[in-house]
Write a protein that binds this ligand. Structure first.
Ligand SMILES: Cc1ncc(COP(=O)(O)O)c(C=O)c1O
Length: 433
């Protein structure tokens, strides 16, 4: 079954439009225990897990404890769990299940990429500038450049309409083509959506060998992410933001053609390789001693990238959370999130003192809304976030360059009522600042 048909089928099994179904909306809200105590609008930092995921992790431990570690039953259970979770992730981002490497976070996945590419001296990395790009998708590339004598070129992103124009120029002629282009799918600070599908087409039209790496920390789980449409080679994301999964687990998608040819494992261990031949004589011509080397034979991907992996409770939680999201349907989640953020944006823009930071085109805005103040902004941002926290309303303080911003990141389980209450509190607090 094609992905669109699967999505339709999934969406049909739930309410046509969760926004208009008050009963379902309320049920979903109640599935997230934080909602009983706080108004949590900080899903771009860490998303809470639904109660079904709490149960899935508990069930994992009950079953595992009953059968005992390293028992035949447990081992079979773990293998099945790994297979099912792979399939679930594959459904979410439209890849094959053997194109998935389990990591601990977005950052770890990106480091696998920057350290796993077999670099040639002077390779060029094309990167969004440090003002907009999250450091997790910036510093690892800088390190790779320093370690391997590579060049870095950045493309600024103050005007999202220029991204494509800038990119087309920067990619240049095929002889001067970058080895890698990388960007976040959604900017962590102003919430703008990068036109990754257009970028992917431009990049691959120019030269199929240019690697395209996406930081999906702020997109997967909130908007439709289809690696085939994007034509990316790498996509890294965490379970614990918009996917509403457990802490300590993430996913790195790697296109299997790249796994075969262009991507080395950073770690090696009993899970990923074996000795190919016992104590063969090394082929180092300067070696005059009797030293010998053993040669390694890596297992087939994705196993060759899993030197060891023990976060099975994390897999149980991730599998459960993705199932939860897919039951609702990513298009429905996107629609609900847009509705919440539109209300937030419209209401906040009525406050005189506030400046919103966002993409100029509506279609390039995610559900995150960021703002600062016209005067004495950095102090007021900090004060507002603190005062809201005292009231049980959780937003985040972030930055665009040196400018501090307040970031609200509602997700599908939040309600319109929570948005209105938050806005009202912001009005009261800012009027006293
Ligand atoms: C765009 C972006 N990339 C990477 C990260 C780091 O994610 P992780 O904690 O999964 O490593 C974040 C965290 O907020 C982010 O917003």
């Amino acid at each position: 079954m094609k992905r669109e048909e699967k999505e339709k089928e999934k969406a049909a099994t739930t309410a046509e439009n969760i926004v208009d179904d008050a009963g379902l909306d309320e049920k979903i809200h109640g599935d997230f225990l934080i909602s009983n105590k706080k108004i949590y609008l900080n899903n771009g930092s860490v998303g809470p897990v639904p109660i079904s995921t709490v149960k899935a992790i508990t069930d994992f431990y009950l079953r595992y404890s009953e059968h005992g570690p390293d028992s035949a039953e447990s081992n079979e259970y773990l293998e099945n769990l790994k297979r099912e979770t792979r399939q679930r992730v594959a459904d979410l981002i439209n890849c094959d299940s053997d194109e998935i490497i389990f990591t601990s976070s977005t950052t770890e996945g990106i480091n696998f990429v920057t350290q796993g590419i077999s670099w040639n001296k002077d390779d060029k990395i094309l990167l969004r500038d440090a003002k907009n790009e999250h450091f997790s998708n910036y510093l690892p590339w800088v390190k790779a450049a320093n370690d391997n004598n590579l060049q870095i070129e950045t493309f600024p992103f103050d005007n999202e309409n220029l991204v494509i124009e800038d990119l087309t120029k920067l990619i240049g002629s095929s002889t001067d083509a970058p080895r890698v282009v990388t960007t976040s799918h959604v900017m962590y600070n102003n919430g703008s959506i990068t036109p990754v599908e257009t970028m992917g087409s431009i990049i691959k039209k120019k030269n199929k060998k240019i690697l395209f790496s996406i930081d999906g920390a702020q997109s997967v789980g909130a908007i439709d992410v289809d690696v085939k449409k994007i034509k990316c080679d790498f996509l890294s994301f965490p379970a614990f933001k918009w996917v509403c999964g457990p802490l300590g687990i993430g996913v790195l998608y790697v296109n299997k053609k790249v796994m075969d040819n262009d991507f080395e494992p950073v770690f090696v261990g009993a899970g990923s390789a074996q000795i190919e031949s016992n104590k063969v004589k090394g082929n180092n011509p300067t070696n005059t001693s009797n030293k010998t080397w053993e040669t390694l034979k890596f297992y087939k991907y994705p196993q060759k990238y899993h030197s060891t992996f023990r976060n099975y409770p994390g897999l149980a939680g991730l599998e459960s959370s993705i199932r939860y999201l897919l039951r609702i349907g990513i298009p429905n989640i996107y629609k609900k999130n847009k509705k919440l953020s539109t209300i937030f944006r419209e209401e906040i823009s009525k406050i005189n003192e506030i400046v919103i930071h966002e993409a100029s085109e509506e279609g390039m805005r995610s559900s995150m809304v960021s703002f600062s103040f016209k005067r004495n902004s950095n102090n007021r941002v900090r004060m507002l976030v603190e005062k809201l926290q005292e009231k049980g309303i959780i937003l985040a303080e972030r930055e665009i360059g040196l400018k501090k911003i307040v970031r609200a990141s509602p997700h599908f389980y939040n309600t319109e009522n929570e948005i209105i209450k938050t806005i009202n509190e912001i009005k009261v607090i800012t009027s006293k600042m």
